[in-house]
Design a protein around this ligand. Structure first.
Ligand code: SF4
Ligand code: SF4
Length: 292
């Protein structure tokens, strides 16, 4: 029997620092029967709010890295010429930090002295939180391939949800619009975008909305700290609606948001305040739109 896909909603922002994790953490606290995923693998911080306890830890393998067997190597230099990334030293040693795993050195080596070795580029975890299971990861410093790690985490979140009978996946997506964002929304039916009312916020959204169209994602817009610039808030909401992204709520400036973060709790579990009230209403609207 084919199991039905578990509904998934990804919280995104055109850039970092607009309240994305605050909103995702609040949704995680408000939603019932869900799996939580932190897809911001370059700089994860959902754990600050949700305090996960890992129950499984796995290595994440990124690109392979070349290694030269110096016993076999005849020092012909062909690999150094072939390497576009200057990753091989004059002593025929591969600098792991520069190697991109392209295999050019392996192809040109006449004596098969180059091996391609798996490379651990990060970790990912299945954890328990008091809000439900959470899948999250951390890419190593200066490691690439965050899009691939995002895919690993999303797949594990889907597996955990299906196996455990959970009815929803809530993801804190990566900031920006690069490859990890693409990996976050490919095949995801819903996304909430949170932005602040600034000109640069409007510009960042433009590119994100292009991705929504391309990947057939139903997007909703939330303007954070909307009361700091009402004109820009209205402009952004008008623009979103024109691009097919429904404005679904506004969050006012509220010092409780920062205080909640400093205290490591979801804002909806902190003191009563206007931001908390707004987020609770937004979550009700999101549920209605998703039909859950
Ligand atoms: S795999 Fe590519 S990047 Fe790495 S050392 Fe070989 S040629 Fe250079
Ligand atoms: S191509 Fe092979 S034999 Fe030649 S220098 Fe490189 S590793 Fe050594």
């Amino acid at each position: 029997m084919i199991k039905q896909a578990v509904p998934e909603i990804v919280v995104l922002s055109g850039k970092g620092g607009t309240g994305k994790t605050t909103l995702a953490g609040a949704f995680a606290a408000l939603a019932q029967n869900k799996v939580i995923a932190d897809l911001d693998v370059d700089a994860p911080d959902l754990h600050i709010i949700l305090k996960p306890h890992p129950i499984a830890e796995k290595d994440f393998y990124g690109m392979e890295r070349a290694r030269i067997d110096l016993e076999r190597c005849t020092q012909c230099g062909l690999c150094i010429e072939a390497c576009r990334f200057d990753a091989i030293t004059d002593d025929f040693v591969v600098n792991e930090n520069f190697c991109e795993g392209c295999r050019a050195c392996k192809y040109v080596c006449p004596v098969d002295a180059v091996q391609m070795l798996p490379h651990i580029a990060g970790k990912w975890f299945i954890s328990e939180t008091r809000y439900g299971p959470m899948v999250h990861g951390q890419l190593g410093i200066a490691e690439e391939n965050s899009g691939k790690l995002v895919t690993v985490i999303r797949n594990q979140a889907k597996f955990t949800a299906q196996k455990g009978g959970y009815g929803l996946i809530i993801s804190d997506g990566p900031p920006g619009i690069g490859c990890p964002v693409t990996s976050s929304i490919t095949g995801a039916p819903f996304s909430v975008v949170i932005t602040e009312p600034t000109q640069s916020g409007l510009h960042d959204l433009d590119r994100l909305f292009d991705l929504f169209i391309h990947f057939s994602v139903t997007g909703f817009l939330v303007v954070n700290k909307y009361d700091l610039n009402m004109d820009m808030t209205e402009q952004i909401e008008r623009y979103a609606a024109e691009r097919g992204v429904k404005p679904i709520g506004r969050i006012p400036f509220d010092e409780n948001v920062v205080e909640a973060l400093v205290n490591g709790v979801p804002v909806v579990e902190y003191k009563d305040g206007p931001a908390r009230d707004a987020i609770v209403k937004i979550w009700e609207k999101v549920k209605a739109e998703m039909g859950i």
